[in-house]
Design a protein around this ligand. Structure first.
Ligand code: FAD
Ligand code: A2P
Length: 273
């Protein structure tokens, strides 16, 4: 068939692969925002997984980065929780999206922070710093999390209180959620801490586990390999140090192919350890 010439603007539009439409955007701090996009009808994922998302680069090639899906698998839309890196190739632009804009989303979810990678247990610990909360924002809203465990402990640590706000409001909203409100009741223990600004609970996750402070504060027994499972998501340095703490309690790192007591994912590729 005969091809009609198209203007440059239209050409860019029709060649945008895997486009999804931005539905809403919330800015939490000058370094953090969340947004919701339309969900491809065919996309199935397990809570805790990540996908590649991005924008069309100036060179006409997609500029993609890994992002944890922050919404639960039953949600009609997809939610993401993002850093704003001032000179970051993607987020220097992504932070300016508004409803109606298009983003690129490759519908191939993968990741290790999935229930299948852990042996059954009594309690599950979600351990996150910064945007490492994102996969747990999904898992905390997944009914399976509450069917599988008696108690769910969300430890989230940031430098300042404002950086906890997305997680705090999400946890608060779960109580009134028609789908999982009743499941969450009394089962979800939220333990946010700051390290560089005063707040109710303070200190690094590693220190609060090692000292036993978090167990005392929440009235829980010391972490042990028989009852406790953990999922970890933070910087490379954080992941490295938490692994050592979990191993000291006798937990072993599992994978999809070999489920054990804990699993780890990078929240971002950073400056090493
Ligand atoms: P980049 O060139 O990618 O990063 C520049 C520098 O910024 C990095 O070297 C690092 O020092 C810092 N940085 C990057 N991302 C972060 C971050 N999230 N928190 C703190 N410092 C950071 N990012 C999210 O915001 N939300 C997510 O849910 C998320 N999920 C990820 C899942 C996986 C498996 C991986 C590997 C990364 C994930 N990231 C996530 C990081 C993301 O892929 C990008 O690095 C981030 O969007 C910045 O992109 P950029 O192009 O602007 O800068
Ligand atoms: P701290 O303020 O004591 O460094 P960052 O913004 O540097 O990624 O850190 C996010 C949060 O994670 C901060 O509260 C920080 O505490 C904490 N953190 C950073 N590195 C580690 C680590 N290796 N072990 C435990 N907590 C860490």
């Amino acid at each position: 068939t005969e091809q009609k010439p198209v203007s440059d603007k239209n050409a860019a539009k029709v060649t945008l692969p895997d486009a999804q439409i931005v539905q809403s955007v919330t800015h939490w701090t000058d370094r953090l925002f969340s947004f919701r996009v339309s969900r491809p009808k065919s996309l199935r994922f397990r809570s805790g997984e990540f996908v590649m998302i991005g924008l069309m680069g100036e060179n006409g090639k997609p500029l993609l980065r890994a992002y944890s899906i922050a919404s639960p698998s039953w949600d009609e839309e997809l939610e993401f929780y993002s850093i704003k890196v001032p000179d970051g190739p993607l987020t220097s632009k992504l932070q300016h999206i508004v409803p109606g804009d298009e983003i690129i989303l490759r519908p191939k979810p993968v990741g290790t922070l999935v229930h299948d990678a852990l042996l059954p247990g009594k309690r599950i610990w979600f351990l996150a710093t910064g945007t490492g909360l994102a996969p747990f924002a999904s898992l905390m809203r997944d009914p399976d999390t509450y069917y599988k465990y008696d108690q769910v402990i969300m430890m989230h640590t940031c430098r300042e209180a404002g950086e906890l706000e997305y997680g705090r409001q999400l946890v608060e909203s779960l109580k009134d959620d028609p789908l999982i409100g009743e499941l969450v009741e009394g089962k979800l223990l939220y333990y946010p801490t700051t390290t560089r600004e005063p707040s109710e609970h303070m200190g690094r996750i590693t220190d609060n586990l090692t000292s036993g402070k978090v167990f005392a504060d929440l009235g829980l027994p010391k972490m042990n390999a028989e009852e406790d499972r953990a999922m970890v998501c933070g910087s490379l340095a954080f992941n490295h140090d938490v692994k050592a703490v979990l191993e000291s309690f006798g937990l072993r790192e599992g994978a999809n192919s070999e489920p054990l007591e804990y699993v780890v994912e990078k929240a971002f590729v950073g400056d090493g350890i």
